[in-house]
Design a protein around this ligand. Sequence first.
Ligand code: NAD
Length: 247
Amino acid sequence: MRLKDKVAIVTGAGRGLGKGIAKKLAEEGAKVVLADMNSPDEAVAEITAGGGTASAFTVNVTKQEEMQAMVQYAIDTYGTLDIMVNNAGINKDGMLHKMPAENWNVVIDVDLTGAFYGTQEALKYMRTQGSGRIINISSGSWLGNLGQANYAAAKAGVVGLTKTAARESAQKGITCNVICPGFIETDMTVKLKEVNEGKAWDSMMERIPMGYAGQPSDVGNMVAFLASDEAAYITSEVINVGGGMIV
Ligand code: NAD
């Protein structure tokens, strides 16, 4: 129970990685607000059925006033905010020379501007509190990836945003780190199993030195560590959770 009585928000927690992260934080004793555009009620029910403390908040991370309300909700409900995990994200893949501007804009909006609002609103509170943990979910794709110009740019932006936040808040008792998942089995990625009779999925597995996709709990474990006292001296880091895939 490394996070006993800590209060956390996880965005995009209705399913996939966010849900896995929220579950792990709750297992470690944190009280967790699961925030998502689509109702996170089912994910909340799973956590509370297992004895954890969790509640749902419906939010669109691209709306600043909703993000403000989300942070206020955590404080009103559980008394404080210790851990902010900006996880919500989407992809709209396609080759750069054919990418519609709207696919660029929406991915930058959700993946980068959403992380900006979440980081900013959490910092406003944590700076006064004099403590806090911000953990932003980027992707191994931030280094550049075929068909992902929008996503790579947004996820590289998340790295710059987080490293700047780390510098600006290190003296306020706040750490800010980035996790880059490699290829994790979620709704975002399982669609590949249907492409080319599963061959696209198989060829992805060949690119992972460990030979298999990660699970949301693999990322949850890293989030829990970064949120714990054990990680007090770790800030401004970019940590890969990718079975050796990200080099
Ligand atoms: P997912 O599509 O399974 O889940 C994303 C969640 O975010 C959904 O519940 C969705 O409702 C929510 N969401 C989307 N737009 C939102 C918005 N505007 N406001 C609030 N909530 C919103 O995706 P996932 O695989 O769980 O990915 C989670 C994060 O991890 C994303 O940032 C993604 O880029 C990143 N990531 C995933 C992988 C992977 O292999 N799955 C790899 C690297 C990075």
